[in-house]
Write a protein that binds this ligand. Sequence first.
Ligand SMILES: Nc1ncnc2c1ncn2[C@@H]1O[C@H](COP(=O)(O)OP(=O)(O)OP(=O)(O)O)[C@@H](O)[C@H]1O
Ligand SMILES: [Mg+2]
Length: 559
Amino acid sequence: MTSDKVETLSAAQWFKENSEIAGFDNPGKSTFTSVRELVENSLDACEEDIQMLQMRGEEIDYPNINIIIHPVSHERIRKKILANLDESGSGSVLEGIEDFKIEHDPSEKYYVIEVADNGPGIYHEFISLVFGTVFTGTKYGIKQGRGRFGMGAKMAMIHAQRTTGLDTEIWSATRDISEESYFRIRIDLKSNSPIYTAQQIIPDKPWHGLRMRLYFGGNLIWAKQRILEYFKQLALVTPYVDFRLVIGDDKYLFKRITDEIPPLPLETKPHPHGIDIEELKEMVKKYPKKYKIKNELKEGHPTLAEFLMIDFQGIGDGTAKKFLRYKVDIDPYMLISELNEAHIFKLSEAMSSYDDFPAPDSSCLSILPPESLEKAANVLLEPEYIKNVTGKIIAIKGHPVHITTSVAFGGNIPTGVNLYRFANRIPLLFKERSDVCYKALEEANIKRYIDINVHGVTVMVSVVSTRMPYQDAAKDFIADYDELRETIKLSMQKAFRGVKTYISRREEEKKKEQEFEKLKEHANRLAVSLAKITKGIPMSESEIQYRLMKIIMSEYSID
Ligand SMILES: Nc1ncnc2c1ncn2[C@@H]1O[C@H](COP(=O)(O)OP(=O)(O)OP(=O)(O)O)[C@@H](O)[C@H]1O
Ligand SMILES: [Mg+2]
């Protein structure tokens, strides 16, 4: 090495330098990503408690999630910067978001965004930690969620800092404390730690949840249609949530379509296929000299077999002993405190390749019932017919992955094929061609089933998992795993077959109807002729017609 300049970058600095990795590629995409990161945080928070989701406009004066985006003038941003120099920060608390709004002049490129939810909020003492340090969050456990990395909100904050220099404002109120916390906060990039420039506790709060406001440079002209598309698709896949979106003077209300809330996701234990050496070491190391097994509290360290039963999902006494004896060749009664590095290596290797563990537990997942999606699709897409294929579950690196494919056909759907991709109930709008769903759609060969030059089809694929296999931190698309692609392809083909059957049934019925109409016409004419023929016999024309029709209808099974 010849350089005498060795540096260490903090996580915050690294992400500032490489912000495109997190979806902040350019002003337009950064605007979109800022919106989605805050909205997805709010959705995750609201889904912590079913009661909160059930609360709606009547109880508080905004829907579950309220999003406001206004263009702001350069001059107003400058004033705000000067106001922020006032250490008390009290000026900021009083400033409503509407105070910043201007008539949108495309040459202005500054915006203020505020996302407020009626979720659980965050306790005062945790706010600076979760919003002031990149890679801090509460979603690192094994649980289905939209967030995963502990960086989304912080990336939006760093983008705001870089483009306007302004701090983020956060209001939070929890259900059990009758005060509201206000923070004006920024991230110190060098140390990846919070700096708060104002902090207040406001008594007698009338609400609970979290409200976050960012001032940033962006491009709403590029982002607006994409944001609207995002909400349209979000309403399809979270039809049990009310969203209100305000962009400048335009207001959009996405009212909930169903009150049926899917079961909330549950945190689960790791599956042995998803564990590496480092994780195994950590699990063994942090064992106290007490443990609980089958509701019995025991002193000392557990045996290896007990450790597997306690810390991993789906492992019982029999499986643990069989695996340790015959696959790892290690004594199941050995205490975990006696494990050395070589044992851990052997154990980890055997864990990843043992096929007889039960499949990863999918009961912890939160699956949107297909009827709810169908209800939402009928309102939002207005198709003629929907075919759902659900219940496909595979495992990727020890995590269950559940796939639902719904194909909406005809009605108001424009001719051709549209693909909607949902990952843990987030619509994915970018990098479609890299996504496993797109590749599966190509392989499924829709044209074999449906003539897309004549018909309109929307293919909706919802993938749900305790660890969504994203390709990158921007969460733009799902990685292309062979088994996942194959499973999606098969479920698409099954749905297409369902649509094909519907189309042929519909065509058959149409044909039958046409034939019936023709026969009806013939019958009318025949009746006239017969009436002439039966002249003198006491039978009226309508009587003859009625009798003829009865015969035809019974032949065509029409009541
Ligand atoms: N609206 C909210 N209500 C309650 N808690 C929130 C809210 N928004 C964020 N949080 C908390 O802040 C943490 C950090 O959020 P952040 O978006 O930075 O990361 P994340 O959501 O955990 O992961 P990801 O990087 O995938 O978005 C979250 O884990 C959550 O605990
Ligand atoms: Mg997040």
